[in-house]
Design a protein around this ligand. Structure first.
Ligand SMILES: *Cc1c(COP(=O)(O)O)cnc(C)c1O
Length: 372
């Protein structure tokens, strides 16, 4: 059965999220037996030559895509971005040191809670008073001299805000490393890896299926982690995973394989510069419709709007419920906003087709005509 005959809805889910159709088709085609191997990716040993080369190729493609300098390691871990909330301070926050966290929303808050269990935390800025509708300016940051690191959330999946540029944290002088939770915008645009000490992201938003967390970490921070290695659970040490090239224990082989296919797809799109242009075009269409009359109201300040998660509201809870009901019936899935903030959220990650954005814009216009 050719996969193209299968009916697919427009999936606006925030994560796990839409994957590129050619990737799903390749997985389907090769699931029973990888070409030339005669076994499924679900069946092969993680110590086999086949899997070693799948892992190595996925890493090579990640490196090419993000132009990762040679003094950074790429790790394939488990436990989601949520485990990184703990691993980052456990590995990088020394006794007597302070870690700076910039509070831009729900996920940043979870990262802060976990860090506080490990050591001293300074909230370098928060936009809570503005309902997290914006990213703080550089001038609002109260950074700690000699902080262990500064933690940001590059894209706030729930609130629909995104850093438009990286904050200055002294990383250029090599002092204070920038740590970024990039779970919901990883590989949606070019990344200046050298300005970071560590970048982490759960795969299930923009890179593949759930069960895999990508970590890009500088060698200097691997060395810092090595100093704490003897005091940490083995599985929670960056030094252990770097030393064992992500093969200390059984990695999530299927997710690594699928992420590798998504990386190949991204390279075929023209890389991160090309995908950024597409993402900008898709998001601009939706924001233009949101701003057109005032019937819809964008929740993020316009200078902080996310290209990945477009959040908006309608006048009342009743009309929002109607919008969800009618959009679902029309074949749009996942437009209901996160339960913590309400409203609508259209997650339009890399793999979300532009035709789906066009269809949503038409639906929104039609809905306004009927209900406005
Ligand atoms: C989804 C998300 C997380 C949590 O990811 P898990 O992989 O479910 O642990 C953390 N941070 C951000 C920004 C997210 O979008």
């Amino acid at each position: 059965m050719p996969a193209t005959t299968v009916h697919r809805v427009y999936n606006f889910s925030a994560g796990p999220a839409v994957m590129p159709l050619p990737v799903l088709e390749e997985i389907q085609r090769d699931l029973v037996a990888l070409p030339g191997v005669g076994m499924s990716i679900l069946e092969i040993s993680h110590r086999s030559k086949t899997f070693e080369s799948i892992l190595a190729q996925a890493e090579a493609d990640v490196r090419t895509l993000a132009a990762i300098p040679s003094n950074y390691r790429v790790l394939f871990l488990q436990g989601g971005a949520s485990l990184q909330f703990s691993m980052v301070p456990m590995n990088l926050l020394g006794a007597g040191q302070t870690a700076d966290y910039i509070d831009t929303g729900s996920w940043a808050n979870k990262a802060i809670s976990e860090a506080k269990k490990v050591g001293r935390v300074n909230i370098a800025a928060t936009t809570k008073a503005d309902h997290y509708a914006r990213i703080p300016n550089q001038s609002e940051l109260t950074l700690t001299e000699g902080a262990a690191f500064v933690h940001i959330t590059s894209n706030n999946t729930i609130e629909g805000t995104q850093y438009q540029g990286l904050p200055e944290v002294g990383a250029d002088s090599g002092d204070v490393p920038l740590v970024s939770d990039s779970s919901s915008d990883m590989f949606s645009r070019p990344i200046d890896v050298a300005r970071h000490g560590l970048i982490y992201a759960g795969a299930q938003k923009n890179m593949g299926p759930a069960g895999l967390t990508l970590v890009i970490i500088g060698d200097d921070l691997v060395r810092r982690a090595a100093e704490k290695q003897s005091t940490l659970p083995t599985m929670l040490s960056y030094a252990v995973h770097a030393e064992n090239t992500s093969l200390y224990n059984t990695p999530p082989a299927f997710a690594v394989y699928a992420l590798g296919l998504v990386m190949k797809w991204l390279l075929a799109q023209g890389g991160l510069g090309a995908i950024r242009s597409i993402n900008e075009r898709k998001a601009a269409k939706l924001y233009a419709e949101i701003d057109r009359t005032g019937f819809y109201r964008g929740t993020a300040q316009s200078d902080s709007r996310s290209l990945m998660n477009v959040t908006f509201r309608l006048a009342t809870d009743e009309i929002e419920a109607l919008f969800v009901k009618e959009s679902t019936a029309a074949g749009f899935d996942g437009l209901k906003g996160h339960r913590a903030v309400g409203g609508m959220r259209a997650s339009i990650y890399n793999a979300f087709p532009e035709a789906g954005v066009d269809a949503l814009v038409s639906f929104m216009r039609n809905f306004e005509q009927r209900r406005g």
